[in-house]
Design a protein around this ligand. Structure first.
Ligand code: UFG
Length: 346
């Protein structure tokens, strides 16, 4: 076929949705995942959606020799999309070394293995967290980056710096870093979605778990921010829109259409919604009254984050298409379907 893409973390939340979009665009996919925060069942669920079961190798990318051995057998891959990373902000504050070791060793091993095997295209799963507390909104890619509050966030910032150095040292290596705002939502099929292990850190899975009764009530972290209703504002983006941007970015790399060897794009909708607006939309979409209580601010939370989407539109020809209601209804469908899926063979 000649269009193989290696996806690290392909059983995870954003990874699995990207695998679906790649398969639907006739790419061949090799998923690498250690299954530390995901399940192999996702591969069968992807097959249910696309009719294709992606190739899969279970591997801990912190193991350099195993990583190298895999890449040396897949030298024909055209690009790597690197999702594999730990992502719990709070845990990273309490256990920074776990995050620096996992996220940075894995990155370094993947970059070494791919460049040693002549695979020169790389897409990095970055985050709006690299902007810290932005002084200017909406956030353009030209906004200065700041040291993020959490070790998790700092691994994203350091990773982008590593990529910049690698690109400056090479005539052939090229990368695109995609800075995600707040991904929520799930595939329309109800077969894949976010699978938080333990107590969710993020707003959307906490809301849906509260609504099904797994959590007693949602805590709203602060209503005294300088925002429209006092709660923090975020740029929520549907995970399927996000996944589609990866397909466009990978084609841009493979077809050598970049303006520069290292490009960075924000992936958001450009619209900001407050925590209370998300709760209200959830209640309207689901018909359920959510139990919640206002509590103190969560350390490290930024009052407002929303993207300028102009660059992604201009260079990638991509913009998000799905509304907040579609994000919320698909998250809600997924939460309800999940229990049925877990009780079935899938
Ligand atoms: N929130 C609550 N209650 C909860 C969970 C969240 O009120 O139980 C609020 C937060 O205070 C915040 C908003 O909902 O105002 C969104 O919180 P999330 O945890 O869903 O998202 P964050 O914006 O904090 O974090 C996201 C990504 C991180 C990334 C960060 C960059 O999850 O990976 O954006 O800013 F680092």
């Amino acid at each position: 076929m000649g269009n193989k893409i290696i996806i690290t973390g392909g059983c995870g939340y954003i990874g699995s949705h990207t695998v679906v979009e790649l398969l639907e665009n006739n790419f061949e996919v090799l998923v690498l995942d250690d299954l530390s925060n995901s399940t192999e069942k996702t591969l069968e669920r992807i097959e249910k959606i696309t009719g294709v079961k992606p190739q899969f190798i279970q591997v801990d990318l912190k193991d350099a020799s195993k990583t190298n051995a895999i890449f040396s057998k897949h030298k024909d891959a055209k690009a790597v999309i690197h999702f594999a990373a730990h992502k719990a902000v709070g845990e990273s504050v309490n256990n920074p070394l776990k995050y620096y070791k996992n996220n940075l060793y894995s990155l370094l091993n993947v970059l070494s293995a791919q460049t040693e095997n002549g695979i020169d295209n790389f897409i990095f799963s970055s985050s709006a967290t690299v902007y810290g507390t932005p002084k200017i909104l909406p956030i353009t890619e030209k906004n200065e980056t700041q040291r993020p509050f959490s070790a998790y966030g700092n691994t994203k910032k350091i990773a982008e710096e590593i990529l910049e150095d690698l690109i400056n040292s090479s005539d052939s290596f090229a990368a695109i870093s995609l800075r995600y705002f707040n991904p929520i939502g799930a595939h329309d099929s109800g077969f894949i979605g976010e699978l938080p292990s333990g107590i969710p850190n993020n707003l959307m899975p906490y809301i849906t778990q509260t609504a099904v009764g797994v959590r007693e009530k949602l805590m709203v972290y602060g209503t005294d921010y300088p925002t429209k209703d006092g709660t923090p504002v975020r740029d929520y983006i549907h995970v399927v829109d996000l996944a589609k941007a990866h397909v466009i970015a990978v084609k841009r790399l493979i077809n050598k259409k970049q303006d520069e060897a290292f490009e960075i794009f924000n992936l958001g909708t450009g619209s900001g919604f407050s925590v209370l607006e998300v709760i209200n939309s959830f209640e309207a979409v689901s018909g359920i009254q959510l139990k919640y209580e206002v509590t103190a601010r969560r350390p490290g939370d930024v009052p407002q984050l929303f993207a300028s989407t102009a660059l992604a539109k201009e260079k990638l020809g991509w913009s998000a298409e799905k509304s907040l209601d579609e994000m919320i209804s698909s998250s809600w469908k997924w939460e309800q379907n999940l229990r049925a899926l877990e009780n079935s063979k899938l």
